[in-house]
Design a protein around this ligand. Structure first.
Ligand code: SF4
Length: 135
């Protein structure tokens, strides 16, 4: 981005996760990590989001919903792959009906599941990034 962001509003979509990643996303909002304190938050509507965050290996039924959520987020916007499955290298990857995770991710947060402290640091680093987002 061309400037330092002070907040990042995120729309999360579960695209076939085992829910391990969701446990760690929930932990981010706990008192231990308190990610709202640094300007991060979840939003219910993609119209209010700066970023799409996907968990899971992108199962067949979730391909179109993820595309629709991405299309509904106003530009500029980010794609975030959270966890090894969304990164295209998780344990479900060879499985029938999966699509290699989130394509063209701007930020990939690795781990199965990612450790919340490390994930929070990557998100904060991304907020300060000068890399142009998707438009
Ligand atoms: S990366 Fe691991 S914890 Fe996350 S959805 Fe895949 S298997 Fe579950």
């Amino acid at each position: 981005m061309s400037h330092i962001r002070h907040s990042l509003q995120i729309r999360h979509v579960d695209a076939g996760s085992c829910n391990g990643c969701e446990q760690e996303l929930t932990a981010l909002t706990s008192a231990a990590y308190d990610f709202q304190h640094v300007g991060l938050d979840w939003v219910a509507s993609p119209r209010h989001a700066d970023a799409l965050l996907v968990t899971g290996p992108m199962s067949d039924p979730m391909v179109r919903p993820v595309e629709r959520v991405w299309a509904a987020i106003p530009s500029p916007k980010w794609r975030i792959a959270f966890g090894d499955c969304a990164a295209g290298c998780g344990v479900f990857q060879p499985a029938y009906g999966t699509h290699g995770g989130l394509p063209e991710a701007d930020l990939v947060i690795r781990g199965c599941p990612p450790e919340p402290g490390a994930a929070l640091q990557q998100l904060r680093d991304a907020m300060r990034s000068t890399t142009p987002p998707q438009s």
